[in-house]
Design a protein around this ligand. Structure first.
Ligand SMILES: NC(=O)C1=CN([C@@H]2O[C@H](COP(=O)(O)OP(=O)(O)OC[C@H]3O[C@@H](n4cnc5c(N)ncnc54)[C@H](O)[C@@H]3O)[C@@H](O)[C@H]2O)C=CC1
Ligand SMILES: C[N+](C)(C)CC(=O)CC(=O)[O-]
Length: 496
């Protein structure tokens, strides 16, 4: 797989800082150049929110974090970098001069992506010596969570550059889409600008305020867009007759007109004050970083929901997340666990993240089951029940679970889990897992579970394959000398 080995970020504002976070959490070292006197603080704050978001996003083992270095010049930043991302303010003269400087100092084979939201790459590559490796990589905010980058080539960009860029984004969980032809604002910002333009008119004409407008989006078509986009949604809206009927019914409305799209609103002081005032009333009680955290929690929740879409195979951004996690597991260092030791196997390290906490301020009930589920998945991987084993039609299903909650797990608490095999035969696996607080080593919860080995196509219990039974047996023999854990076999109820 083709990978970025070192990245340079030129510009570390909203977008450059979040690109840096995406690279660093993907295990890539980043050299950052930004002359802003507070660049380190700003990028540090974005980085902290990004790490928090990844803690919620995935339990899969991320690679060791890349190193972030702030440097004093573009020339220094690009040394040794094979992906350089320009994210300076949206001015063609500034961007062109920065990109020309990058071109002169970088390895001629290094890829140079621009974050521009709308400037054509042909404009930006005009003065370069090696323009064939320059392209637009237009991301969406926050870059560390939203996986899309529109990849747009200019007149001098080679096809190989776009293919290489797309391939290099995949291992960091991003989806590069190559746009056929360059056009100002590409695809996403063309659409967003059309909606924004219309929104500005609706506010100017007092049809609604900013909060009502946002409500109309987020309680309705915003949710549809997140999972099916425009055309698949409208196909369904055409009923059984599909897209043709939809176009026949609603096409004529375009000329009624339902829209003021072609008129550009004059953003005069009066309208700016009006929008800014309404926005303050709507959201001013919270700071930007706080709003970013709420946004991130919601985005993570949406991606998790999409990961279970299409009957559990994953849909859209959720399918991409599932594929990303599969890659992380495949590349993860194999645990150095000595499976022959007479002690419960340490399986998982995690933290109680914000999305797990309920109104009591504790990790909520079903998250314990999630951690125990991830623990039994960890054990299964150790005995050879990995995704290939599952693809080939065999798996273990959990048929019974008894959880005991023994202590409190609060927001941010570091946890680890262990697992002991109590007994097994060719079809059954009887296990006991414990979640501990990593600071005090006090048990927080235990789960006793029975798993059954199945033929997943036939939906019936069958003996596990011999190589799996051999591994289970080796662990079970080592665990046979352990005392039965406190609480094994306990029933729910009061002593009489
Ligand atoms: N903010 C957004 O939602 C999105 C922005 N973009 C694009 O990303 C680019 C950057 O936008 P933002 O991050 O929003 O702007 P920003 O204003 O937050 O950040 C720009 C950064 O560039 C730095 N800078 C200025 N001159 C520089 C130079 N010569 N060398 C290095 N750094 C320099 C500034 O100090 C600042 O930190 C723009 O092209 C924008 O269109 C793309 C997608 C979304
Ligand atoms: C406002 N914007 C044009 C800079 C937005 C983008 O380019 C993409 C986004 O994140 O919405």
């Amino acid at each position: 797989m083709t990978k970025i080995t070192k990245a340079a970020c030129i510009g570390g504002g909203v977008i450059g800082g979040a690109w840096a976070a995406r690279f660093i959490l993907g295990g890539i070292d980043v050299a950052m150049f930004d002359p802003h006197p507070e660049a380190e603080r700003i990028v540090g704050e974005v980085m902290a929110n990004a790490e928090r978001a990844y803690g919620m996003l995935t339990m899969a083992p991320l690679p060791p974090k890349g190193k972030l270095t702030f440097v004093k010049s573009i020339e220094e930043a690009v040394q040794g970098a094979d992906w350089i991302q320009e994210s300076v303010p949206e001015r063609v003269d500034l961007k062109r001069s920065v990109i020309t400087q990058i071109d002169a100092a970088a390895d001629p084979k290094a890829l140079i992506g621009s974050s521009t939201s709308g400037i054509m790459p042909t404009e930006l590559q005009r003065d370069m010596k090696h323009p064939e490796r320059m392209f637009v990589a237009h991301p969406y905010n926050p870059v560390y969570l939203l996986p899309l980058a529109e990849l747009v080539g200019g007149e001098k960009t080679s096809k190989a550059t776009l293919d290489d860029a797309k391939a290099k984004l995949a291992p960091i969980g991003m989806k590069g889409v190559i746009i056929n032809k360059e056009i100002e604002a590409f695809v996403g910002d063309r659409l967003l600008e059309a909606v924004w333009r219309e929104g500005l008119w609706l506010i100017k004409d007092d049809i609604c305020d900013t909060e009502t407008l946002d409500d109309v989006i987020r309680y309705s078509f915003g949710m549809r867009w997140a999972q099916m986009g425009m055309f698949e949604t409208y196909r369904i809206a055409g009923g059984e007759a599909g897209m043709r009927h939809f176009l026949a019914q609603f096409g004529p409305c375009l000329s009624w007109p339902w829209t003021k799209l072609m008129d550009v609103v004059d953003l005069d002081d009066e309208l700016v004050d009006k929008i800014a005032g309404q926005s303050d009333a709507q959201s001013g009680a919270r700071g930007i970083r706080d709003l970013e955290r709420i946004r991130d929690e919601n985005l993570v929740g949406i991606m998790h929901a999409l990961k279970s879409g299409d009957g559990g195979k994953g849909w859209g951004a959720g399918k991409l997340l599932a594929d990303f996690e599969q890659g992380l597991w495949a590349n993860a260092e194999k645990p150095k666990t000595d499976l022959g030791q007479a002690q419960p196997i340490r399986i998982l390290e995690t933290k109680v993240n914000a999305a797990w906490v309920d109104y009591n301020g504790h990790m909520t009930e079903h998250r314990y089951l999630q951690v125990f589920g991830d623990t039994s998945d960890g054990l299964l991987r150790l005995i050879g029940v990995d995704l290939d084993y599952v693809k080939n039609g065999h798996s273990y299903y959990t048929v019974e679970t008894h959880i005991r909650n023994l202590g409190e797990a609060k927001l941010g608490d570091a946890l680890y889990s262990t697992c002991q095999i109590l007994s097994h035969d060719e079809k059954r696996l009887h296990i006991f897992s414990t979640i501990y607080n990593a600071d005090s080593n006090a048990p927080v919860a235990t789960a006793e579970q029975m798993l059954l080995h199945v033929d997943s196509k036939a939906s019936k219990a069958v003996p596990a394959l011999p190589e799996v039974i051999a591994k289970v047996t080796a662990i079970a023999e080592a665990h046979a000398s352990l005392p039965a854990p406190e609480g094994v076999g306990r029933a729910v109820g009061q002593k009489r």
